[in-house]
Design a protein around this ligand. Structure first.
Ligand SMILES: NC(=O)c1ccc[n+]([C@@H]2O[C@H](COP(=O)([O-])OP(=O)(O)OC[C@H]3O[C@@H](n4cnc5c(N)ncnc54)[C@H](OP(=O)(O)O)[C@@H]3O)[C@@H](O)[C@H]2O)c1
Length: 246
């Protein structure tokens, strides 16, 4: 384990049953590739699959058919899907940068942030939550961001990223309620990874911030997932396992 925080809390959660499939969506990204490497190095799952736009089958969050096809191919494997971590997301891209002022608000940029950060993960939940087994513990975790917290918003700015992550949090909460009726031992949560040195964060990291390597963040996130107590479904937790206010 990377963190003593995880050691301290390990007793509170329950590890996922051994075997089955673990999936990382956004496995080409900084955190996603570290999650994939860490999970692949563990003997606990029978197979660990990475999904993304450049994978096979390709999964593009802005193309529901590609999400449905990937879910269909995984279901056809016939094994229990025990863990799905969605590590996809967008903060900046060509023609997209976080807004400093309402003067920067742009309909196309806002729609892009919502498409990747909220609508895409919603469609992932639509097609992948039904794959979680009815028996035994399983987890769907999507990477949100503390800046999506409305209660925690003291600095302003980053309208599209904040609002799309806030929307993601509400989608997680809503899906968790439905999931709880169908698969009571399954958990659906939003996680804040902390500040992590990736291409997403690199233009914005300021001196003095506690910046983790992707490997550290992956270790902490997987520890948090293992420690999620029953009843935590629908929650929003940081990389230490502490709840983040909505
Ligand atoms: N890094 C941080 O400090 C930090 C802090 C708080 C929250 N987060 C959150 O953590 C998550 C991972 O961030 P990261 O830092 O690892 O970012 P990253 O290195 O930029 O990775 C982002 C991932 O999202 C994928 N993606 C983007 N658009 C997609 C689409 N349309 N369809 C499918 N996949 C798509 C990328 O795939 P391609 O390779 O195909 O582009 C890549 O795999 C994000 O949700 C982010 O908001 C990160």
């Amino acid at each position: 384990m990377d963190s003593d925080v995880a050691d301290a809390g390990a007793a509170h959660g329950a590890a996922l049953p051994a075997g089955g499939i673990a999936i990382v969506v956004g496995s080409s990204g900084g955190i996603g590739s570290a999650l994939l490497a860490r999970l692949s190095a563990q003997p606990r799952f029978n197979s660990v699959l990475g999904l993304g736009r450049r994978g096979s089958p390709p999964l593009d969050l802005t193309d529901e058919a590609s999400i449905a096809e990937a879910a269909c191919q995984i279901q056809a494997l016939g094994a229990d899907v025990r863990l799905i971590v969605d590590a996809s997301g967008i903060l900046h891209a060509e023609g997209l940068s976080p807004e400093k002022s309402w003067r920067d608000l742009d309909a196309v940029q806002l729609a892009k942030a919502f498409a990747v950060n909220a609508i895409g993960p919603a469609l992932l939940m639509k097609h992948f939550l039904p794959l979680l087994p009815r028996q035994g513990r399983s987890v769907f975790a999507t990477l949100s961001a503390r800046v999506g917290s409305i209660a925690d918003n003291r600095l302003g700015g980053w309208y599209g990223y904040r609002a799309s992550k806030a929307a993601l949090n509400q989608l997680v909460r809503t899906a968790a309620i439905e999931l709880g009726r169908r698969q009571p031992a399954a958990l659906c949560v939003a996680l804040h990874p902390g500040t992590v040195a990736t291409s997403l964060s690199s233009p914005f990291v300021k001196a003095g911030l506690d910046v983790q390597t992707p490997e550290q963040a992956a270790g902490r996130l997987l520890d948090v997932i293992d420690r999620l107590p029953p009843g935590s479904s629908g929650g929003f937790f940081d990389h230490r396992g502490d709840p983040v206010p909505w």
